[in-house]
Write a protein that binds this ligand. Structure first.
Ligand code: ATP
Length: 434
């Protein structure tokens, strides 16, 4: 089995990620997050929100509806331009995204293995639905393909209600939907996913400077959540690769087990979005500086990352196999902040369960901890290593007398004995310190 196969199996067996509606055969491009995946996603989103919103005084949050007035998607250019080129093989009937055909892919219906491809056709990636009782084009609406458009739509209200002035940013975490031609590579490319996006509105003259600052901040965040430096790189979009709205664009690429791919996009979008919405809605989107009386449409620096793609990057880089005391183990080396369970709380013997349950109850007020009394202590450590639990707290027969417990660290397997009353502070220090 290669790393991806092992990872997918671990995610399925331990409750990180399952295929959606699996008992009916699943649905391509849709996934469910199990108990551990749900905790991990929530930690990841909290780490992003903490850095991008809470630690700053110039960024505020938004939680907008998934469906907006369809005119918004005409103005944004998505109805006309949000296409991928699609081709079909006339022999095996498989469908491909024309710019992503694997040269090693063989046609199963032809003797020479060569596909007989149609000319590329443009395929719009927006998923649509209908609103209200009547069917037809008048009731058609779109599930948003990105979270950022509603940030532009609410820009003026947020600015006015918060008495903000550029430079300032609006951040949002939420679901996005794309009818991807070929969803693949597990949760890397799905049809329903979640994005964490920031639109930072600046006076035009300051935009390039902010673009550079955000590039630096975002790369630092990737390192802080535990992605290895050598698996991250910048990829600049050349002039012919730039999206129609972008003036400057860099991707943070990550080395996934199936190669280097985009993890996050950082784009300088000029005033394209606000100008488009001003034109289509007839509502002015400019800002007048009260001091200088200068009136301008703010320029935008965007940072956009997929929660699911980032989950995959974290899981793939954390997955490792090593040997402890001549025994093989699988260990997820997730950073303590991101790990779904912060500590396993283990009684050495079932007889000691009661005081350990009490300790677990205490710790639960602040951390996601798991009480685990079944199996040998070694087995329990292995189980926690496999799901990335950074610490195991073991209560033994001496604990009754000295009120101390043993804390075992996942990566080094080092153990130290500390006072029971210090466990919460110990964990807090390790987890919040990244
Ligand atoms: P790609 O070229 O891989 O299709 P994109 O350039 O269309 O991606 P953006 O529109 O820039 O992607 O979206 C911003 C981020 O949203 C991406 O960097 C990625 O992390 C995430 N993302 C985009 N599409 C998907 C998808 N289908 N599944 C999961 N995450 C996605």
């Amino acid at each position: 089995m290669d790393t991806m196969e092992k990872l997918v199996a671990l995610c399925l067996n331990r409750g990180f990620v399952y295929p959606s509606s699996d008992i009916y055969g699943g649905l391509a491009g849709f996934w469910d997050y199990g108990p551990l995946g749900t905790e991990m996603r929530s930690n990841l989103k909290a780490a992003w929100w903490q850095r991008v919103v809470r630690e700053r005084d110039d960024v505020v949050g938004l939680d907008s509806s998934i469906i907006a007035n369809p005119e918004a998607w005409v103005a944004s250019g998505h109805v006309e331009n949000f296409h991928d080129p699609m081709v079909d093989c006339r022999k095996c009937k498989h469908r491909f995204r024309a710019d992503q055909i694997d040269p090693n892919d063989r046609c199963q219906a032809s003797e020479d293995g060569q596909h007989d491809l149609t000319e590329p056709r443009q395929f719009n990636l927006m998923l649509s639905t209908s609103i209200g009782a009547s069917e037809g084009s008048s009731s058609r609406a779109y599930l948003r393909p990105e979270t950022c458009q509603s940030i532009f739509l609410d820009f003026k209200r947020v600015m006015q209600s918060g008495r903000l002035k550029p430079p300032f940013g609006i951040a949002q975490i939420g679901k996005a939907f794309r009818n991807e031609i070929t969803p693949r590579n597990f949760i890397f490319r799905s049809r329903e996913f979640e994005q964490m996006e920031l639109e930072f509105f600046t006076p035009p003259a300051e935009a390039v400077d902010w673009f550079e600052r955000w590039r630096e901040d975002r790369m630092q965040w990737h390192l802080d959540i535990g992605l290895p430096k050598e698996k991250l790189r910048w990829q600049e979009h050349g002039p012919d690769e730039l999206a129609h709205y972008a003036k400057l664009a860099y991707d943070v690429d990550f080395e996934f087990p199936f190669g280097w791919h985009e993890l996050e996009g950082i784009h300088y979008r000029g005033d394209y979005d606000l100008a488009q919405h001003a034109e289509h809605s007839g509502k002015d989107q400019s800002y007048t500086d009260p001091d200088t009386k200068e009136r301008y449409v703010p320029h935008v620096v965007e940072t956009s990352i997929g929660v699911d793609r980032c989950m995959l990057a974290l899981l793939a880089s954390a997955y490792s196999e090593d040997e402890v005391a001549n025994e093989k183990r699988v260990v997820l080396r997730l950073s303590p902040r991101i790990a779904p369970v912060k500590a396993g709380v283990l009684p050495l013997s079932k007889k000691l369960s009661e005081p350990v349950q009490r300790l677990a109850m205490e710790l639960r007020k602040r951390f996601n901890v798991a009480f685990d009394a079944t199996g040998s202590i070694g087995k329990r450590y292995r189980r926690h290593d496999e799901i990335g639990t950074p610490y195991c707290v073991t209560y033994d027969f001496d604990s009754e007398n000295d009120q101390k417990v043993t804390i075992r660290e996942r990566d080094t397997t080092d153990q130290e004995r500390i006072a029971q009353s210090q466990v919460a502070a110990y964990l807090s220090d390790k987890i919040l310190g990244y």
